[in-house]
Design a protein around this ligand. Sequence first.
Ligand code: F3S
Length: 391
Amino acid sequence: MLEGQDGEATRKAMEILVAIGTIYAADRLLPVTSVQIAGVSYDNLGEAGLEFLAEMASTDAKVKVLTTLNPAGMDIENWQILGIDADFALNQRRVIEAYTKMGVGPTCSCTPYLFGNLPHYGEHIAWAESSAVCYANSVLGARTNREGGPSALAAALTGRTPNYGFHLSENRRPTLTVLVHATLTGTHDFGTLGIAVGKAIESRKIKAIPYFRGLPGASMEELKSFCASIATYGGLALFHMEGITPESVLFQAPGDTITITRSDLEAADHFLNDPLSVNQVDFVSLGCPHLSLQEIARVADQLKGKKVRKTFWITTARPTKRIADQMGYTSIIEEAGAVFATDTCCVVAPIKGRFKAIATDSAKACYYAAAKNEFKIRFLPFDEVIAEALK
Ligand code: F3S
C-alpha cells in the first residue's frame, strides 16, 4: 500500500499510519474490523477540513472495513426545523457526500454500537469519538486507541492500525482503585461520577486506568453517560468496573485507592450548575451521547398529552429514530412540541449565541455548552430535564 499499489489515497493513508506507528514504536500493523470517524460537523471542520475530504473523495479512496460517522452539524433530512442556515446545510451535505463517496456509512451518530457497528470482545478497531472509544474499550472489551479524524480515516482506507497503546494487553491493566461509597441512579449520577473521578485523576497529574469497586450494576444508558463524562473530564479511554465490565475479571484491584462518597458527587454537581441559570433556561436537550430507544420511550411517556414551553431537542441516531417512528414515540414527542435533532447534537450544531441557558442530564454536553457555546448550565437528572421543558 505504501508503494501505491492500491492507489494514491491509500498510499497517503498508509503514510500517516506508518508515521504514527514509528512515533509510538509499534512493532507491526494490525487489521481492524471497524472504524468510527469523528470530524463530521462542518462547524468543527470548516472550509479547510471540507476541502481535504473533497480532495480525498475525488480520488480512488474507498474504505476497506465497516466505517461509520460521528454526528453532523444538523439533521440531514430536517435541518430547517433546527434553525440551520442554508449555506451551512449546503456545506454540511458536501461533507457527508465526500464521506459516502469513500464508502463510509452516513450514520451520523456517536452511538454506533446501538445499531450495527458493534465490535465484540478483543476485536481490534480504530474509533475516534471519545465517548464511543471509552465504551468500546471498557464496556465491550474491544481494543482501540483514541484516534484523531485523519488517523481514523487512514485506518478505514487501509483496514489497518499501528499496534500500540490499548491494542496491547499490558497497557490495559488497571492502575488505580476507585471505591464508590454512594448509591448511583441514572445518567446524571453516572455523569457526576465521571466528573468526580476525572478531576481526581487530573489533579494527581497521572495517567490512570481506574478499577471501580462498590457499584452493584449499571445500565447501558448509565454506562454511555459515564463514558462520555470520564472521557471529557479525565481524558480517559479505558476503565474497569468490578462485576460489570468484561476485563474486570482478569485483574486484581490495585493497591493505590481513592474513595468517592455522596459528597464528592454533590460537589461535582455543584461544580457544573450555574446558580444564575435557574430562571433562564430557554433550551433543553437530551441525547448526549445519542438517546437509546428506551430513553426515547421514557421521554414519550412523560410528554404524552402535554406541551413543552421551551425549545427541546431530542438528539439520536437516524436508525434509532426510525424504530421510534414505528413504535409511535416520535408522534407523541412531536405533538408535545419537542423536536427531533437526528444526526446531530447540541454540541456540534452551530448554535452559539442562540440560547441563554441549557438544561440537560449530560455532563459532557454541559462542558461544551459552557466552553463552546457560552450557555449557562442546568445539569439535572433525566426526568427533571423533561420537567424543565414543560415549565
Ligand atoms: Fe455525542 Fe455530541 Fe455528546 S457527539 S457524545 S451527543 S457531544
